[in-house]
Design a protein around this ligand. Structure first.
Ligand code: NAD
Ligand code: DAU
Length: 339
């Protein structure tokens, strides 16, 4: 199979490229990435020379470039990870989220219609469901939970999902959608909570916890997400949505304390800062459908995954130090100064 992976120089797309290139030497993996601030060729360095891997620096919202690419490569499968992915950045500047996440998805869908495709897979997020109350631990997101977005980021992802479903119904395009909870693991960009904490602590800086740290996220080790997507594109039913995640819920404060404990530091490293506007309270996935239909369940408990993740950041200081020494400093100053 020839599989286009968009956003493959980012966190989850990069892990997915590694997984697919190494697991399926008979398949051809074609990574398409614009290389925004979040795209990093160092993430792809370990697989760049593999015979079954090709890289194109291309913007998914560039219709001409994407159509030329499809005409040349004629992929069997497209997995769309490419997106602006950070909620805080979407609050600062929503426009680019609409362009990449909505228009970019539209361009890919049109290219799939024009050149034909066996499967288009949209990597979406549990944030499209909005949030759950903190005092109702019995409630979970299912695939039937109504869309109810909070941030420009989640609104753009929900819009893209609706576009995909429209192409399924109107044009009979064979698409699937997955909605996943918070990922963590190697190659995670240090603007996100877990790698930000690790990088800060290793540099002797405090960790900024929004509000009281009561918000809950359902953490999934990134390799478990990659395995789920692989199963969906091979065994999932076209037209279906699959929630991915599963019962690794922690408050942000619990996660912060775990990271500090693993790094041998005290709770004096925690600094409470002004909350995120519109901050979603709790995400929690019910993975019953993907378990029942495809046999998938997450393999990595949070306690094991966080140890692996911290070990990776300790062993790969060059990867994240390169990032935080550049333009990222301006972002950090804008986001956290006087917060
Ligand atoms: P990321 O920000 O680490 O990576 C995004 C990648 O997309 C980068 O390599 C970037 O260069 C590329 N990109 C951005 N705009 C592009 C464009 N116009 N054309 C081509 N490439 C472009 O993101 P991530 O955390 O790896 O998330 C990947 C996908 O998974 C996103 O669609 C996100 O919404 C979704 N998701 C993420 C999580 C999570 O916890 N990180 C959870 C659920 C769903
Ligand atoms: O649920 C899936 C989503 O998870 C994905 O769709 C997004 O792309 C991904 O970024 C992630 O969104 P979150 O907003 O949940 O992730 P983030 O790492 O930004 O924040 C996790 C929690 O930690 C959230 O409750 C906000 C809090 N936080 C975050 C940062 C960056 C802090 O308390 N301090 C911080 O400095």
């Amino acid at each position: 199979m020839k599989i286009i992976v968009t956003g493959g120089a980012g966190f989850i797309g990069g892990n997915f490229c590694h997984y697919m290139v190494n697991t399926y030497p008979e398949d051809s993996i074609i990574c398409v990435d614009k290389l925004t601030y979040a795209g990093n060729m160092e993430t792809l360095a370990p697989i760049m020379e593999k015979d079954n891997f090709t890289f194109y620096k291309t913007d998914i919202a560039d219709r001409t470039a994407i159509f030329e690419l499809f005409q040349k490569e004629h992929p069997d499968v497209v997995v769309n990870f490419a997106a602006e992915s950070h909620v805080d950045r979407s609050i600062l500047d929503p426009a680019v989220f609409l362009r990449t996440n909505i228009l970019g998805t539209g361009v890919l869908l049109d290219a799939c219609r024009e050149y034909g495709i066996k499967r288009y897979h949209q990597v979406s997020t549990d944030e499209v469901y909005g949030d759950l109350p903190l005092d109702r631990p019995d409630l979970f997101f299912t695939e039937e939970t109504p869309l109810h977005t909070s941030s420009p980021y989640s609104a753009s992802k929900a819009s893209a999902d609706l576009l995909v479903l429209a192409y399924v119904r109107t044009y009979k395009l064979p698409c699937t959608i997955s909605r996943c909870s918070n990922n963590y693991g190697p190659y995670h960009f240090p603007e996100k909570f877990i790698p930000l904490m690790i990088a800060n602590v290793l540099n002797g800086k405090k960790i900024p916890v929004y509000g009281k740290g009561e918000n809950v996220r359902d953490w999934l080790f990134v390799e478990d997400h990659c395995i789920a997507i692989d199963q969906i594109i091979r065994k999932g039913t076209a037209g279906e949505i699959y929630n991915i995640g599963g019962h690794n819920e922690r408050t942000n404060l619990e996660v912060a304390k775990t990271v500090l404990h693993e790094l041998g530091k005290g709770e004096d490293f925690i600094e409470y800062v002004t909350d995120r506007p519109g901050h979603d309270r709790r995400y929690a996935i019910d993975p019953a459908k993907i378990h029942r239909e495809l046999g998938w369940l997450p393999k990595t408990p949070f306690e094991e995954g966080i140890k692996k993740t911290i070990a990776w950041y300790l062993e790969n200081r060059g990867w994240w130090e390169n990032i935080i020494s550049g333009e990222y400093q301006n972002y950090y100053e804008t986001m956290y100064h006087n917060r």
